[in-house]
Design a binder for this molecule. Structure first.
Ligand code: NAD
Length: 321
């Protein structure tokens, strides 16, 4: 098949491209290289398996000719992460909402199945854990930019469901929980690459807040396997939302200790209050862990990597640079 990945030069997109090429597909990538990098996919382009277009999902003229050729579309292009949205709220909202509108409309013109990567952020401040797909979404004040990311991803979800219900466009919505692994950059504050990068230099690991917030991290290889299996599942998964992530939960304090242990680092752990990292109104989610029974039942999803495997893979990646 010919498969279009928007955001395919990014962290998850480049791993997804690799997996699809490995399974014999032709891959088209549309990426503006805002947070992605050609370096992530150069080996695939050189091998002749991937055709790359530098372009913007917010420009219909960039999206349409590629969507026209595609048999399936993975829409990953987005302003990613809370840091980005707090720093550039307007650009991020437009990118995530208008960008998705353009890509899904192009998919609908030809009836191409469309998968969008949403985020566990959509659950907001809900503390009824673990989150399942029908859990409530609980957001703070609109004056707090932090919730703009959650909201923009939630709009993407509503859009995908509306196209399915009203236009019968096959859509799949995947709520990704923290995904990490080799190639993820530490530049945008992603926590494990950040810790590893500092630990390898024996610099302090900076933990935001009291560090007792809990997350569950997946290896990107498990995530892209899940995405490809959803693509292959066909009609049974159309019009559905799936959590995709790990259930191995850890506090950020313990995560920092784990990274120090695996790197043999002399780094110390330092705590910095949220208001110094973001702003005075910043609110975090205390705990974020998925219930993954729906995706387990749909495609037999079973993560293969433990958190320790994942941390070691990221250490290996940074040591090889
Ligand atoms: P990433 O920043 O590496 O990937 C995003 C890619 O989209 C980048 O290559 C970027 O250059 C591209 N892009 C951004 N705006 C664009 C535009 N207007 N036009 C074309 N390309 C554009 O981040 P990632 O971690 O690989 O995230 C991929 C997707 O997964 C995103 O939709 C993100 O919201 C979602 N997600 C990721 C995580 C995670 O933990 N990494 C968690 C939840 C959801």
């Amino acid at each position: 098949m010919k498969i279009l990945i928007t955001g395919g030069a990014g962290f998850i997109g480049s791993h997804l491209a690799e997996k699809l090429v490995g399974e014999g597909h032709d891959v088209l990538i549309l990426d503006d290289l805002s947070t992605g990098s050609l370096q992530n996919i150069q080996h695939l382009i050189d091998a002749g398996h991937v055709s790359f277009t530098k372009g913007d999902v917010m420009r219909r003229g960039d999206v349409a000719p590629l969507a026209e050729k595609a048999d399936f579309i993975f829409h990953l292009a987005a302003a990613v992460g809370v840091r980005t949205v707090v720093d550039k709220p307007l650009e991020s909202m437009v990118r995530n909402i208008e960008g998705t509108q353009n890509v899904i409309e192009a998919a609908a013109k030809k009836g191409v199945p469309f998968l969008v990567t949403s985020s566990s952020e959509v659950y907001g401040k809900n503390d009824d854990l673990p989150f399942h797909e029908h859990s409530e979404r609980v957001y703070g004040s609109a004056y707090n930019e932090r919730w703009g990311y959650a909201l923009s991803k939630a709009v993407d979800e509503f859009m995908a469901l509306a196209y399915w219900r009203e236009k019968k466009l096959p859509t799949i919505t995947v709520r990704l929980f923290n995904t990490t692994g080799p190639r993820q950059t530490h530049r945008y504050g992603m926590v494990i690459p950040n810790f590893v990068n500092h630990a390898l230099r024996n610099e302090p690991l900076i933990v935001h807040g009291d560090g007792e917030q809990v997350r569950a991290f997946s290896h990107v290889s498990d995530i892209v396997s899940g995405l490809v299996d959803l693509m292959n599942a066909g009609t049974a998964v159309y019009g559905e939302i799936f959590n995709l992530g790990s259930t191995e939960a850890i506090s950020i304090n313990d995560l920092a200790k784990r990274v120090i242990q695996h790197t043999g680092s002399a780094s110390l752990i330092t705590h910095v209050p949220y208001h110094e990292v973001y702003n005075a109104t910043f609110e975090d989610m205390r705990k974020r862990v998925p219930n993954i029974s729906k995706i387990q039942e749909a495609i037999g999803y079973a993560p293969r990597y433990t958190l320790d495997d994942t941390i070691k893979a990221i250490i290996g990646h940074y040591q090889s640079l």
